[in-house]
Design a binder for this molecule. Structure first.
Ligand SMILES: N=CN[C@@H](CCC(=O)O)C(=O)O
Ligand SMILES: [Mn+2]
Ligand SMILES: [Mn+2]
Length: 324
């Protein structure tokens, strides 16, 4: 099921006496209804948010439910951001795809169709999850919109590989194996770089699958500022081998102190500064096609800390990406 965002639902601080100088994101966002035919945006730099309201992947993966509320919490955390965007930039809220009747597969297909509509019409897209099952729906749209011959690279900031077998059923733990298999069926390469892997949170079976499908990865303890030059080089080598990038940010990559609102918190997760630095490198490459933020669980959050972290990352992503 798809629902466009209702007018007036972005609510935030208003500085009544400051006019245009007091502008915030909730006052600049444009609503985009994807039930109508999508056309190229009337802006040089259109960036669209699209929500995937879904708990079903996490439920099937024996996780703690609540990710269905992720898109609303991220919008709320972004609403009062001060507007510092150039005139050629337009922000759009393209509504939400909902998973209904536990029919994850149908919801992922619908998400794919909406992503395709946006990407094919020049929008830079930011998908607000949902559990990590968001990634497979997101990919279905990327696959359709990707020009022939373009090599796709996937960078996943995550404590987990999410390469579980989906023979029994797909879930939030399976999206990247589903993607690998889809790409293989099309004769395309699976270029997958996982940043922030926790050894203790991935079984030997998952490491074996990662090796079998040629996944590259960096362990969380190596994601430190002292190691930045080596990380940047590794990232650069990965990006040199592809034409476009899909970046996924699973909020459980961060240390639980920064991101308590996730199904599977990582006590010794990554510091947000490290992810920010790497995101800057990625956006600076000019290859970023689309991005998602997943696994935010507002039910488990503390004072919206995790939602605010996800939103703060998106603030910087939007600032930089709109200038590339
Ligand atoms: N998307 C989440 N993936 C993790 C969850 C781990 C957990 O719940 O402990 C996984 O399947 O490995
Ligand atoms: Mn994940
Ligand atoms: Mn994870």
């Amino acid at each position: 099921m798809y629902k466009p965002t209702v007018a007036g639902s972005w609510k935030g601080r208003v500085d009544v006496h400051d006019g245009e100088e007091g502008k915030r994101w909730h006052q600049g966002i444009n609503l985009l209804n994807l039930t109508e035919a999508v056309e190229p945006a009337d802006a040089a730099q259109p960036i669209a948010f699209l929500g995937f309201c879904c708990d079903e992947g996490v439920r099937r993966n024996q996780g703690r439910e609540g990710a269905v509320e992720g898109p609303a919490a991220l919008r709320q955390a972004m609403a009062s951001f001060a507007w510092h965007l150039d005139d050629e930039v337009m922000l759009f809220d393209a509504g939400d795809v909902y998973c209904t009747n536990q029919n994850l597969e149908e919801a992922q297909k619908q998400l794919g169709r909406k992503v395709q509509a946006l990407l094919s019409n020049t929008y830079k897209t930011i998908i607000l999850g949902g559990g990590h099952e968001t990634a497979y729906g997101h990919f279905l749209g990327i696959k359709q919109a990707l020009p022939a011959g373009q090599r796709l690279g996937i960078i996943n900031f995550d404590a987990h590989f999410d390469l579980r077998s989906y023979t029994q059923q797909s879930s939030s733990g399976t999206p990247f194996l589903q993607i690998a298999d889809d790409l293989a069926a099309d004769g395309a390469a699976f270029n997958y770089l996982c940043l922030g892997i926790q050894q203790a949170s991935n079984t030997q079976k998952l490491f074996n699958t990662a090796e079998a499908c040629g996944a590259d990865y960096v362990f969380a303890p190596a994601m430190q500022v002292y190691n930045f030059d080596a990380l940047r080089e590794r990232l650069q080598q990965f990006m040199d081998q592809v034409d476009v990038l899909y970046v996924s940010i699973d909020m459980d990559v961060f240390a639980a102190a920064y991101a308590p609102g996730v199904s599977a918190p990582a006590a010794l997760g990554v510091h947000p500064d490290m992810v920010m630095l790497l995101l800057q490198e990625i956006i600076g490459s000019g290859k970023l096609l689309t991005l998602d933020v997943v696994e935010l669980n507002p039910k488990l959050d503390i004072d919206n800390r995790t939602a605010k972290l996800g939103a703060a990352l998106l603030y910087h992503v939007v600032q930089q990406w709109s200038q590339v």
